[in-house]
Each structure stands twice: as structure tokens, then as C-alpha cells.
Design a protein around this ligand. Structure first.
Ligand SMILES: NC(=O)c1ccc[n+]([C@@H]2O[C@H](COP(=O)([O-])OP(=O)(O)OC[C@H]3O[C@@H](n4cnc5c(N)ncnc54)[C@H](OP(=O)(O)O)[C@@H]3O)[C@@H](O)[C@H]2O)c1
Length: 375
């Protein structure tokens, strides 16, 4: 008995010391967390461009600044950006939420990377000496961190593809994150087959508007879930059925679905499973508003799904989009040939309007994509 008590005391003491050390380490890491804004005596840019810069987390800290225009390395292209699109991904970085991402390298006290944005479309201005895929004057689109700027440099391979002549820069800029997520959700994770019943929760947003059209292209019978004002839009994208979530809860209906793509995550896994067929697939794409992220955001549900799916016959899990030139090209070709159409909700006219664009997206009711043209 005495030995057990001593062992428990020792264990409690060890746990306390470990917790204390972890607390001190986090505290030190927090105060040491810094970024380029804190660099003293930084030289003025020799060749400058305008870009969005943020020294701290929060929408109020976004500003347009003159920074050094990048120069392409041997394997890179320099693109003059004509249009960018905004994604919830961007507001996660603006707000630094869910907080767990701050501890995963995004920056504990301040954002480590002061630049922002991913999706862009523009014209190649210069290429590195080993680049064979593109030449100056080519119109391209794709993704690159720091895309909210007049110029981006990125490797010539990866998430970049030629822009089809029939697409505007705004349309091409809307494709990267939302289109690739929808395509990989429908084709790779959902494994959608002709004749299957597919439900898309959040059918009127950036990912949803692509997903409805892609699932139709894969031959599925598609049900879209959105609010009253978007019913017509989702029908116009080809949805066979539309559920207005203000009037009806899709998890309480009798209809079963082979695949559910969830862009909203506002129902429990067991509620979603109730309307999945016995071999159905539930794909969690994301969800949660800007004020609902907390410490782990949608990752909590992703972990639940990983555990939950071990005990049920259906497949349930979260997907992460994987940048791909092949998929970008496929999506652009489908757009060019009219198989899918871009849904652009708003187009802002200058980089300085980015805070308004992100504020609008944060409200959680964008209809398709939000785009910014860059002068
Ligand atoms: N895993 C990945 O790789 C990945 C990639 C891209 C995006 N995501 C995540 O996926 C989510 C969706 O992205 P997004 O670009 O489509 O966002 P978005 O464009 O902001 O989506 C907004 C849409 O959500 C709809 N919505 C809001 N509440 C709803 C509800 N209760 N039921 C059904 N629909 C509702 C809104 O429709 P109403 O106006 O009709 O309410 C609106 O059209 C985000 O959380 C994003 O972070 C994940």
C-alpha cells in the first residue's frame, strides 16, 4: 500500500513537472514568435510591387504595402497577377484559427508568413533558365502562397496550368482550391459512380457549386442543400433535388445517399450516417464559421470520423485537397467546353478591398466564388 502511494506521488510529481516544462516552453515560444514586420532597418525594396501584408492576426491588420518584387529562380515563373480568389482557407490564416494551427508552424503570437492568398490567374512575365513548360506572355492560373500581390513567383510544375483562351482571368482564378477540392471529393474520396445518389451539404458555396456540377458530370443523381435564396441557383447547376435547410433537415428524411459531401459539418456523424446507404461514403470537407473554430475546428470532427469509421460499415473521413496540374487542367477544360460553369458571386476591384472580400466570406453565405481583380 505504502509503495503504491509512493508510486502515485512520484507519478503525479512527474506529470506536474512535465506540464510545467511544457507551459514554460510554450510561453517562451509564444514570445519568441516573430515575423518579417519586426525586422529592424529592413532595406527599401529595390524593385517594388504592391501586396497584402499582415503583421498580426486579425482582419483589421491587413494592409496593402510596397514590398520587393520577386525574381524567378531557375525552376520558377514570374506571373503578373490579374485576378485572385478568396477562400475560407484565407480567413483561417487571417484569424489564426483554429488555434491549433498556430502551434503547427503558422505562428504562435504573430503570423510567421506575413503574406496571404493562394488562388491566382495572370500572365507569365519571366521564366527561370530551366523552365520549358511556359514562356513570357503565357496566361496561367493556379495556386501559390502569397498570391494576394501584383506578382507571384512559383515553380513551373505543381499547381499551375495554362489558362484556356475562353476563360476570363476572374473565372480561372476561381478554380484552384474550390474546384480541386470538389473534384477530388467527388471523384477520389467519394468515388462517385453513375446512378448513385449524392448529397452535397453547402451546395451554394465555393466548393459546393463546383461539386454539384461535377457530381452531375459523373452521372450521379444529385441533391443540394442550401438556404431558400439559393434554391434556384443550385437547381440551375443541375441538381436533381434541392433541400432548403431552413425548412427541412436532410438527416431526418427517408432518403438514403451513397455519398455525402459535407462542406458545412453542422450535423453529427451519427445523424449523417443515418442517411447513408450501408456501403455509403461520408466525405468531410470542412465547416464551422469564423466564430466557431475554437482550438481544433473541423479537425475534431475529422478525428471523430477516423475513429467512428472503424466501427461502422460505411466510410467516414475528412479529405484534404491535393494541388495538381492535371486536375487544374481538367477543370479548366471542363469550364471551357461548358461542362461546368463558374459561379462568381462578387468581384472586388482592387487589392485594397481584400478585407471587405474576406469579411463577406466570413459571413458564411457566399454564393459561389469571391474574386478580386488586381490592377
Ligand atoms: N478539406 C479541404 O481540403 C478544403 C478545401 C476547401 C475548403 N474547405 C472547407 O470547406 C468549407 C466550405 O468551403 P467553401 O469555399 O465552399 O466555403 P464558402 O464558399 O464560404 O461556403 C459558403 C456556403 O455555405 C452555405 N451554408 C452555410 N450554412 C449552411 C447550412 N447550415 N447548410 C447548408 N449550407 C450552408 C452557404 O449557403 P447559404 O447562403 O444558402 O446558407 C454558402 O453558400 C470551408 O469550411 C472550407 O474551409 C476544405
Amino acid at each position: 500500500m505504502k509503495l503504491l502511494r509512493r508510486l502515485l506521488k512520484w507519478l503525479a510529481g512527474t506529470i506536474l513537472v512535465v506540464l510545467l516544462l511544457a507551459f514554460i516552453a510554450t510561453f517562451i515560444a509564444y514570445w519568441r514568435s516573430t515575423n518579417d514586420c519586426e525586422k529592424k532597418n529592413a532595406a527599401a525594396p529595390s524593385s517594388s510591387m504592391k501586396a497584402i501584408v499582415r503583421c498580426d492576426y486579425g482582419l483589421a491588420n491587413l494592409k496593402v504595402a510596397d514590398i520587393e518584387k520577386p525574381a524567378p529562380a531557375d525552376d520558377q515563373i514570374l506571373v503578373k497577377v490579374h485576378a485572385v480568389s478568396v477562400n475560407p482557407y484565407d480567413w483561417h490564416f487571417v484569424e489564426g484559427t483554429p488555434y491549433v494551427m498556430r502551434g503547427m508552424g503558422v505562428g504562435l503570437r504573430k503570423p510567421k508568413d506575413i503574406h496571404l492568398g493562394v488562388d491566382f490567374a495572370g500572365t507569365v512575365e519571366a521564366v527561370g533558365k530551366s523552365v520549358t513548360q511556359f514562356k513570357p506572355g503565357d496566361d496561367v492560373f493556379g495556386g501559390r502562397d502569397g498570391a494576394f500581390a501584383q506578382y507571384v513567383c512559383r515553380r513551373a510544375v505543381g499547381a499551375v496550368a495554362p489558362k484556356p483562351a475562353g476563360l476570363t482571368f476572374e473565372q480561372a482564378a476561381s478554380i484552384n482550391i474550390a474546384g480541386i477540392t470538389a473534384l477530388q471529393g467527388v471523384r477520389d474520396k467519394g468515388k462517385v459512380q453513375p446512378g448513385q445518389k449524392v448529397l452535397i451539404n453547402g451546395a451554394s458555396g465555393g466548393v459546393g457549386t463546383f461539386a454539384v456540377q461535377l457530381a452531375k458530370n459523373f452521372g450521379a443523381e444529385v441533391t443540394g442543400v442550401c438556404s431558400t435564396r439559393n434554391v434556384e441557383l443550385v437547381q440551375s447547376l443541375g441538381a436533381d433535388h434541392v433541400i432548403d435547410y431552413t425548412k427541412e433537415d436532410f438527416t431526418k428524411g427517408d432518403q438514403k445517399y451513397d455519398v455525402i459531401l459535407d462542406n458545412v459539418a453542422n450535423h453529427s456523424l451519427s445523424e449523417c450516417r443515418r442517411v447513408l446507404t450501408p456501403n455509403g461514403i461520408y466525405v468531410l470537407i470542412g465547416g464551422g464559421g469564423v466564430n466557431e473554430q475554437g482550438f481544433v475546428g473541423a479537425l475534431g470532427k475529422a478525428l471523430n470520423a477516423a475513429v467512428y469509421s472503424r466501427f461502422v460499415k460505411q466510410k467516414m473521413g475528412m479529405m484534404m485537397a491535393d494541388p495538381s496540374t492535371k486536375d487544374l487542367t481538367l477543370l479548366a477544360d471542363m469550364m471551357q467546353s461548358g461542362k461546368i460553369k463558374p459561379v462568381i458571386d462578387r468581384t472586388y476591384k482592387s487589392l485594397s478591398e481584400l478585407p471587405d472580400a474576406i469579411r463577406y466570406l466570413e459571413e458564411g453565405h457566399a454564393r459561389g466564388k469571391v474574386v478580386i481583380t488586381i490592377d
